[in-house]
Design a protein around this ligand. Structure first.
Ligand code: 3H9
Length: 693
């Protein structure tokens, strides 16, 4: 028997435990062990088999690390079939997260029992696959097609109570999985409960599968796996079980070969890899139970909300009583949202907006907090004053963080007598929703302060990415590059609306001009003004957007920007095209047509090239750090893996060739990043760099 599986006979029940930390993934050894255990139980004449798992969870799925390698037998569908085909009664006792292949193993059993906190689901579509061990065939037979489509195409985790209601599990019990499982198995034996192979259940009633397919495709905005899953479920209705299994396998293998699968798995591991920094191994973060936040605008209030919801105490500092009241109003509103979504109850709401939250206009209120995050106006002079005051009032060892989006954290740190305690924690708005946290490490930031930044990010449920100091850090610096490429295309003949449409079609949540309207056009305006004094004369900067701002059209908040906002869908603002025409005239530019493909290539090449610079300069540690910033903070389509993964899949040579072609007309903007040139010369990919570090 494999050492990841243990086997014992108890009262003639074969007790089979899976023990393969951390998540009992169904790798080769577990699969072999399960098949052997069933055979042994049969040989031993056991009356029943109980399968449960040690550690934190029933298997959370197939072992994702095996994907992309040749499958080794027994493959998981055969393991599930072997369990189901046994003439011995099989019970699965679930706890933790019984996901994907884990749930499929459980569906091979005759009966399922779960601990109260268990979550079950089939998240395969989220990594570009579909359930490939009978999930698309057994689940609809068990719970009906509509519910199966919901569970499988969303990939969502279903709580134990709902799973019981749906019929995925048969009982919930408080005991440990082993004890609860044994008790349930004994009950079933006492009742002489029949075997209940799901494959023998009648084919489920079909629905309008073409409509379900279209709906899944539309909802996933370009990601294909959910719509493939619909076809798999359709097979459960239309084909014999064995043929349905073959159809599922064919669809699964097809998805396995796609770039989308590779990209989504890159995203899965990338999100975990970003926070495992070699320099933090063995470093203990400073304890953080209370957080001070300076500034209660959208960002400050958002950070306060995130901190409160994750159990931290918050002291929020504002300039005036009125501003403090307004900040509290914002926080209460967003925490109320959590109540409405059923995330927290009224008592928790009362606590979070009562005792856990203090508002003040006096810096002394920050004397005892463990960590302070400054979220005031983006002005170096103002920031320095704030940090000098923090230096005076905060207790020794308190972490002093700035939420600046682009200012020099070294300079801010120098305004204090304790630069080792200063760090950048760059949140994205709304801070209680957006997953990304850039942890900006300044020259003198102490290692345990960096560790504290990452620990805080984890507590807040963020994907934390280490960034070095430069204007805009990782994300905003790259954003400036591709926005500039977009602005150039507009000057030369493309319309902002065409560019937005192309990027939406690519899978971005929003186009760059829609993002501008959402964030406020004054932000870009301020950036252009800030960079003006140091700007190279060869840089081309459009002024039509400044004119919009001068007229008071700042985007959504004023009802008008690139688009006009009112009732219903936003409309294109025709005035924008007039302003652009005027600017082209003034510059003597004859506009030319841009194909959608050229727009995409220029936009993406600018993003990838700046990404390569950011990695080359050590601002981001690896290409995957850039990818995770874009997936979690900039609406980059997850199924494309991030700009650097996308570039690898295009071929870096092709990207470099494009950049060199664009450079023929504008050699100032289109300078290939040294790292990109180097990788192409060596025949390497960005992913090679991910593996090196
Ligand atoms: C599938 O089942 C296909 C079948 O239908 C058909 C096959 C033929 N494999 O996330 P965490 C690692 S597809 C390998 O930090 P949490 C993870 O990388 C699969 N490794 O913990 C991490 O490693 P490290 C369908 C895995 O508590 C460690 O475990 N299932 C796998 O925040 C801890 O993970 C899924 O897609 C895996 N399947 O979350 C579920 N899962 O410590 C994917 C995790 O070295 N997993 N690891 O960084 C999850 O959603 C979360 O990991 C889970 C725990 C909710 C389970």
């Amino acid at each position: 028997m494999e050492d990841v599986i243990s086997y014992a006979l108890e009262d003639n029940i074969a007790v089979v435990a899976i023990d393969s930390p951390p998540v009992n993934a169904l790798g080769l050894a577990v699969r072999r062990g399960l098949v052997d255990a069933i055979a042994k139980a049969e040989n031993d004449g056991a009356k029943a088999v109980l399968i449960y798992a040690e550690g934190r969870t029933f298997p959370a799925g197939a072992d994702i690390r095996e994907f992309g390698k040749p499958p080794q037998e027994p493959i998981l569908p055969d393991v599930c079939a072997r369990i189901e085909a046994s003439d011995v009664l099989v019970v699965a006792a679930l706890h933790g997260t019984a996901l994907g292949g884990g749930l499929e193993v459980a569906l091979g059993a005759d009966y399922r029992i779960a601990a109260p906190g268990t979550r079950v689901g089939m998240p395969e579509v989220l990594i570009g696959l579909l359930p490939g061990a009978g999930g698309t065939q057994r689940l609809p037979r068990l719970i009906g097609v509509e519910k199966a489509i919901d569970v499988i195409t969303s990939g969502r985790q279903v709580g134990a109570a709902e799973a019981l209601d749906m019929g995925i599990i048969d009982r919930i019990d408080n005991e440990s999985p082993r004890e609860a499982g044994l008790a349930y198995t004994r009950d079933l034996l006492a009742q002489d409960a029949p075997r209940r192979p799901i494959s023998a259940m009648p084919a489920p009633t079909p629905v309008d599968f073409d409509a379900a397919y279209d709906a899944a495709l539309k909802k996933a905005r370009g990601q294909i796996s959910p719509s493939y899953a619909v076809r798999g479920i359709q097979a459960a209705c239309e084909l014999e079980f064995a043929e349905g299994m073959a159809r599922e396998r064919a669809l699964f293998r097809e998805l396995m070969e796609t770039d989308q699968r590779a990209a989504l798995i890159h995203a899965f591991f990338g999100e975990r890899a970003v926070s495992s920094l070699p320099e933090l191994k063995g470093v203990t973060p400073r304890p953080v139970a209370s957080v001070g936040i300076i500034g209660g605008g959208t960002m400050g209030a958002g950070i306060a909300t995130a901190a409160l919801l994750s159990g931290l105490e918050v002291v929020l500092l504002e300039m005036t009583e009125d501003a403090a009241d307004a900040a509290k109003g914002r926080i209460v509103k967003s925490i109320l949202g959590a109540v409405k979504r059923g995330k927290i109850d009224q008592a928790r709401f009362d606590h979070l907006t009562g005792t856990a939250l203090k508002l003040s206009t006096d810096y002394d209120a920050l004397a005892k907090v463990d960590l302070v995050i400054e979220a005031v106006f983006e002005d170096m002079g103002v920031k320095k004053q704030v940090f000098a005051k923090l230096d005076a009032v905060c207790k020794p060892g308190a972490v002093l963080a700035t939420n600046t989006s682009y200012l020099d954290v070294n300079e801010i740190a120098a305004a204090t007598s304790r630069p080792g305690d200063v760090i950048g924690l760059h949140f994205f708005s709304p801070a209680y929703v957006m997953k990304l946290l850039e942890v900006v490490v300044a020259e003198r930031t102490a290692t345990d302060v960096v560790a504290t930044g990452f620990a805080l990010g984890k507590k807040l449920g963020k994907v934390s990415v280490r960034a070095g100091v430069c204007d805009g850090f990782i994300g905003n610096r790259i954003l400036l590059a591709y926005r500039t490429a977009a602005d150039h295309m507009v000057l030369e003949g493309a319309s902002p609306f065409q560019i937005d449409r192309v990027m939406l079609d690519f899978g971005f949540a929003m186009g760059p001009f829609q993002v501008g309207d959402l964030a406020g056009l004054d932000i870009g305006w301020a950036t252009r003004k800030r960079l003006a004094p140091t700007r190279d004369p060869r840089e081309r900067v459009p002024t039509y957007a400044d004119k919009l701002c001068e007229q008071g059209h700042l985007g959504q908040k004023t009802g008008r920007g690139y688009y006009i906002y009112g009732d219903g869908a936003a409309k294109e603002n025709p005035e924008v095209l007039t302003l652009i025409d005027a600017e082209r005239d003034a510059l003597g530019i004859t506009p030319r047509e841009f194909s959608d493909d050229e727009i995409l290539r220029r936009y993406m090449c600018a993003m990838v090239n700046e990404g390569a610079r950011v990695v080359g300069e050590g601002i981001a540690r690896r290409p995957l750090d850039v990818d995770m910033v874009f997936l979690t903070g900039y609406g980059f389509p997850r199924y494309r893996g991030g700009p650097m993964k996308w570039a690898d899949m295009q071929g870096l040579k092709r990207i470099l060739d494009d950049i060199n072609t664009f450079a023929e007309a504008d050699s100032y903007f289109w300078q290939p990043a040294p790292l990109l040139t180097e990788l192409v010369a060596q025949g390497k990919t960005f992913d090679d760099l991910n593996k090196e570090t």
